[in-house]
Design a protein around this ligand. Structure first.
Ligand SMILES: Nc1ncnc2c1ncn2[C@@H]1O[C@H](COP(=O)(O)OP(=O)(O)OP(=O)(O)O)[C@@H](O)[C@H]1O
Length: 647
């Protein structure tokens, strides 16, 4: 039994393989229709993005020849339901005299629609399998002639994922300043044919193009168009995508085929999210010297919240390190060239720089002609559909523009009813249109948007262009104003927030201070009370000798109206009966002026009392008092005797 899995595996190295798709979807498509288990599409979308009406009945389902999209008489497209083998089921189909057993399994259970196809056959050799694959490959190539295949970097599985095929865009539909397109195209062609030249000189066989400039000026369009012209597939990497790391990028770059376009889109975007060359790099141009440029040591990586750990040195290494593919054309686009590190854009990495600006009058004229092709001399009547004018480009700077644009109208039947005007009239209208367009103010994409809205009204389009420009300016001014207002509002909100936070912090600090002061006061009060109690106890114990002044002192201490007096009392008491002396003493020492005054006055009273009634030391000191010392007791009398409970 021969199995095709091995044959397919080199082709199936990318997750989703266009050849495999062709095999399933086209080469052996009719057989699936006869299978008992199959999947069908619920909606058929054509290349042109229109949902197609499904036609046909069970009888003509088997007719292979009608598989390709055809136009029905009414102008609508006829397309059969696409039938593919269902997953995880083995199908047996008959193909060119052999029974093939086909199993389609999902490659990653929890991811996407990538499938693996295993085909086996009982035969003497594997010729039938080879033939099947070759047939699929030819079909694929036939289709690829008109399409550009796009592969996207998949950071999860570190591989390239087929993202579909786009219709080729003719180079002539890209309107750039004279000579720019030709220069790039010639450079690419020259490079692709100079492999030996590079090898002989030991120069890495790679070439880089940096397309920079304003948005909507045709950078991406030009790359797609070049890919079509050169017959190359495009491999797209977004450096700012989630999970992008040095390793992933290196792996991806190593798996790029030798002849392809590698596209790094919005190169500057990677910098705004923290890609860094070294730990101090901000990503902005630093004017670093070439020595730092070639530094290959792994810089400290910044790990973003999305797990991306791409460093600039990692990017540089992947672009031109040993693992980097030979023969690839690197295209990088950016709207902010000033944000790029010079290391990234130096020759050898980016050999050709092209600046894309807003539309010039020349471009305005070219794009107008692109939209409104002139009537060929062979076309008898104006007003007929534009289908036959492909060969008749308008006179002007880019005569091939309209011709090639209409080459797009190989899909003629779907073309819009564009009134065909004479060459002279189109030229005149194009000139008027260009005259009205201000130089270097509007993007080509904006012009395209306006022309698209008027694609069937060439004359009105020119008549109304001045009004459109006015409205466009107004809209831009409005947007600018709104942006400024939004920014001012955001700034004000940020300031308000900061002020509020500061106020809150101040209030909190104040509160904390007040709380601390209160706590301190409470502590002090508690201490005073404690000492007073101690003093009272001490005074009570030698009852006989206890002078009335002690009770006076207690009584006065209970009077909350005079804390200072209490404290002074306590201080005096402490001086006499040393319970926790040091603290009390220091408190006493640290008392404010008011306290000091009070103390002083009390002291005078004390002295007066002392003169009257000298106090004797207590026979039993307070329980918490340290070793008794020889002390001099002082009678305290802080309040008038009238307050004392006992005289
Ligand atoms: N020079 C041009 N010639 C023809 N079409 C253009 C040109 N510039 C822009 N366009 C049209 O404008 C649209 C946007 O163009 P494109 O995406 O190529 O611009 P870009 O420079 O890559 O923009 P961005 O920097 O925002 O990615 C496309 O539909 C394209 O057809």
């Amino acid at each position: 039994m021969q199995a095709i899995k091995n044959l397919l595996s080199p082709l199936a190295s990318s997750n989703s393989n266009p050849i495999q798709d062709t095999l399933v979807g086209s080469v052996i498509q009719p057989a699936w229709g006869r299978s008992r288990e199959f999947d069908i599409t619920t909606r058929s979308v054509s290349r042109h993005g229109l949902t197609q009406k499904t036609t046909g009945d069970l009888e003509d389902e088997n007719e292979e020849e009608e598989e390709s999209a055809e136009f029905s008489q009414g102008g609508g497209r006829k397309r059969k339901v696409a039938i593919v083998p269902s997953m995880d089921t083995t199908h047996t189909i008959y193909y060119r005299g052999h029974w093939l057993r086909i199993t389609r399994t999902k490659r990653f259970q929890d991811y996407g629609s990538c499938a693996e196809l295993k085909i086996s056959v009982v035969a003497r050799n594997n010729d039938i399998l080879k033939r099947l694959v070759l047939e699929a490959k030819r079909e694929y190539e036939k289709d690829a002639e008109h399409r550009v295949h796009i592969f996207m970097a998949d950071t999860t599985y570190q591989c390239w994922r087929w993202n579909g095929a786009r219709q080729k865009r003719p180079m002539s539909s890209i309107v750039l300043e004279p000579g720019v397109k030709d220069m790039i195209l010639a450079d690419c062609k020259d490079f692709l044919s100079s492999e030996d030249w590079y090898a002989e000189r030991g120069i890495p066989f790679r070439r880089g193009y940096l397309l920079h400039g304003v948005p909507g000026s045709g950078k991406t369009s030009l790359i797609h168009s070049l890919a079509g012209e050169l017959g190359l597939d495009i491999y797209v990497v977004s450096l700012s995508s989630k999970g992008m790391s040095d390793n992933t990028l290196t792996t991806l770059m190593g798996n790029v085929p030798s002849r392809c376009i590698l596209l790094l889109e919005d190169l500057d975007a990677a910098f705004t999210r923290g890609i860094s060359r070294d730990e101090t790099s901000t990503g902005a141009p630093t004017g670093s010297s070439s020595t730092t440029t070639t530094s290959s040591s792994k810089s400290k990586k910044e790990e973003d919240s999305d797990g991306s750990t791409l460093s600039l040195s990692g990017l540089l290494n992947s672009l031109d390190g040993v693992a980097a593919a030979e023969g690839r054309l690197l295209f990088a686009t950016t709207n902010h060239i000033e944000r790029l590190d010079p290391a990234l854009s130096r020759p050898g990495r980016m050999d050709v720089w092209v600046n894309f600006k807003h539309a010039t009058k020349w471009q305005a004229q070219g794009i107008f002609k692109c939209f409104f092709p002139a009537r060929s001399s062979a076309t008898p009547t104006a007003g007929a559909p534009a289908e036959s004018s492909a060969a008749a480009g308008p006179a002007g700077a880019d005569a091939t523009v309209s011709a090639a644009n209409i080459a797009v109208s190989k899909r003629k039947r779907a073309a819009h009813a564009i009134p065909l005007l004479s060459e002279d009239e189109i030229s005149e209208l194009a000139k008027r249109f260009a005259d009205a367009i201000p130089e270097n103010e509007l993007s080509v994409a904006a012009l395209q948007g306006y022309l698209l809205r008027n694609k069937t009204r060439p004359r009105e389009c020119v008549d109304e262009v001045a009004a459109w420009i006015v409205s466009e300016r107004e809209m831009r001014a409005k947007l600018k104003k709104e942006k400024e207002e939004r920014e001012a509002k955001e700034k004000k909100e940020a300031e308000d927030k900061a002020r509020k936070e500061k106020e809150e912090a101040d209030a909190k600090e104040k509160e904390e201070k007040a709380a601390a002061a209160k706590e301190k006061a409470d502590k002090k009060e508690a201490r005073v009370k404690g000492k007073r109690a101690a003093l009272r106890d001490a005074a009570k114990t030698p009852a006989a000798a206890a002078p009335t002044s002690e009770s006076d002192a207690s009584t006065s201490g209970e009077s909350a109206s005079d804390d200072a007096a209490e404290e002074a009392t306590a201080a005096s008491a402490v001086a006499a009966a040393p319970a926790s002396e040091s603290t009390s003493t220091s408190e006493s020492e640290n008392t404010s002026g008011a306290d000091a005054d009070t103390e002083e006055s009390v002291t005078s009273e004390e002295e007066a009392d002392k003169a009257d009634k000298p106090c004797e030391p207590a026979s039993e000191p307070a329980a918490d008092a340290p070793a008794p010392v020889k002390e001099k007791w002082v009678a305290v009398k802080a309040q008038p005797a009238a307050d004392t409970p006992s005289g």
